[in-house]
Design a binder for this molecule. Structure first.
Ligand SMILES: Cc1ncc(COP(=O)(O)O)c(C=O)c1O
Length: 412
């Protein structure tokens, strides 16, 4: 009888490993608890029929590094286990493909779902800056029309789907940097009714808070650089979708070569094992920090889905259950522009002003000059990113230290 763990925490620890839940088969060589790194680019087959199947795309056979790699596949399998946690019987109907970065994953998902000259690609208006640029400028250079919608306004989304018939709609479960939460189940219904594929960037929520495939999303995307890796030392991305989409994704990845390397895959797979612990701790820290800072006189506003005054607090509670509200908090500095925000960034002692999120370290980023730099001031204003907005990615330190460091820097 095979054993399947009930808890997603156990799946995060064991998913994708060679030695998983069953006793090892009789063999002279013991099964390693931790699968190794297989860096080989090429593979030798005794039998050319097998080589032929491998070249034809059999996902269980390896032939060349850009076509697939066992260490990368172990990481991909572990991600499928997590994103399909609510529907274990359907996990085998899903695949994951890992990419060199989160942006490579987003680009891959858009291209493999049919974004090309002559079609329309839509995205949530307050998505990550590079995703915004893909839709706003890169795809239009190739002849596609890019447009944006307020994904929290379901009537506006439906009107856009009817009028524009985009091939894909890209949304973030929790948006970067304004931390809006979107109603994925309703968006999935709308997209399905209008033949648009729903691509969900689940980076900020992680599969620990929310798993969009079980709610009707077509593709889930992660910047694995963030909470999956968790330590700020590896860049990667991953997409997960139903097997019927695999040939298009695999073909595009094989041709464009934005693959994740085996060394990075191994590190990300290792990161995954502590993700439940880190995310739980960091979400708990974020609640404490957001509550404390919401009373700080130097802040005009603290945006955090876990605070009752957040516009989508109820929705977040419904979608994420008791698992948390994410570990990112957006701070609106009172009467602040670039000079005041720079002064704040330079005054921080423990919290690092660094351009990423999802690490065990607490980090702050100034969207106007970093993640959303490519947007014009008018575009930033239109989506609500002010010159006083700072994104705080809450780490795993003691929340009292995080709050003390931020409070002191705000007072300088
Ligand atoms: C929500 C979100 N999606 C995608 C990306 C892109 O990820 P990467 O930097 O791994 O390409 C980022 C990066 O910050 C992000 O925050």
């Amino acid at each position: 009888m095979s054993f399947t763990p009930k808890s997603i925490d156990s799946k995060a620890v064991h998913g994708g490993e060679e030695r998983r839940y069953a006793p090892p088969a009789p063999s002279a060589t013991p099964a390693p608890v931790v699968s190794g790194i297989i860096p080989s680019i090429g593979y030798v087959y005794e039998d050319s029929t097998h080589l032929d199947s491998a070249l034809g795309g059999d996902p269980d056979l390896y032939v060349y590094g850009r076509y697939g790699n066992p260490t990368v596949a172990a990481f991909e399998n572990a991600i499928v286990d997590l994103e399909c946690h609510d529907m274990p019987a359907q996990a085998a109907d899903h695949f994951a493909l890992a990419t060199a970065s989160g942006m490579a994953a987003i680009h891959l998902a858009m291209a493999a779902c049919g974004v090309q000259a002559g079609v329309t690609v839509a995205a949530a208006q307050d998505c990550y800056g590079a995703t915004y640029s893909l839709v706003d400028s890169l795809w239009p250079q190739y002849g596609a029309k890019g447009l944006f919608v307020d994904a929290t306004d379901l009537d506006a989304v439906e009107r856009m789907l009817v009028e524009e018939a985009p091939v894909v709609l890209v949304v973030e479960t929790i948006s970067n940097p304004l931390l809006k939460v979107v109603d994925i189940p309703r968006l999935a219904q709308l997209c399905r009714a209008h033949n648009t594929r729903l691509l969900v960037d689940n980076t900020f929520a992680t599969p620990m808070l929310f798993r969009p495939l079980a709610h009707g999303a077509d593709v889930v995307i992660h910047s694995a650089t963030k909470y999956i890796g968790g330590h700020g030392d590896v860049l990667g991305g991953v997409v997960v979708a139903r097997n019927e989409l695999r040939p298009a994704f695999w073909d595009f990845l094989k041709k464009t070569g934005a693959n994740l390397g085996p060394h990075e895959a191994w590190l990300l797979h290792r990161g995954l094992k502590t993700m439940p612990l880190r995310v739980e701790r960091q979400c708990g820290n974020a609640v404490a920090v957001a509550e404390q800072l919401s009373r700080h006189p130097a802040l005009a506003r603290v945006r955090y889905p876990g605070l009752p005054d957040h516009p989508q607090h109820q929705l977040a509670a419904r979608l994420f259950g008791q698992r948390g509200y994410g570990a990112v908090v957006a701070l609106e500095l009172k009467d602040a522009g670039r000079p005041e925000v720079f002064r704040f960034l330079e005054a921080l002692q423990m919290v690092q002003p660094a351009t990423t999120v999802g690490d065990v370290y607490s980090l702050v980023l100034y969207p106007s000059h970093a993640s959303h730099r490519a947007l014009s001031p008018a575009q930033r204003a239109a989506v609500g990113i002010s010159d006083g907005l700072v994104r705080l990615a809450v780490g795993a330190e003691d929340p009292r230290d995080i709050t003390a460091d931020i409070s002191a820097a705000l007072e300088i």
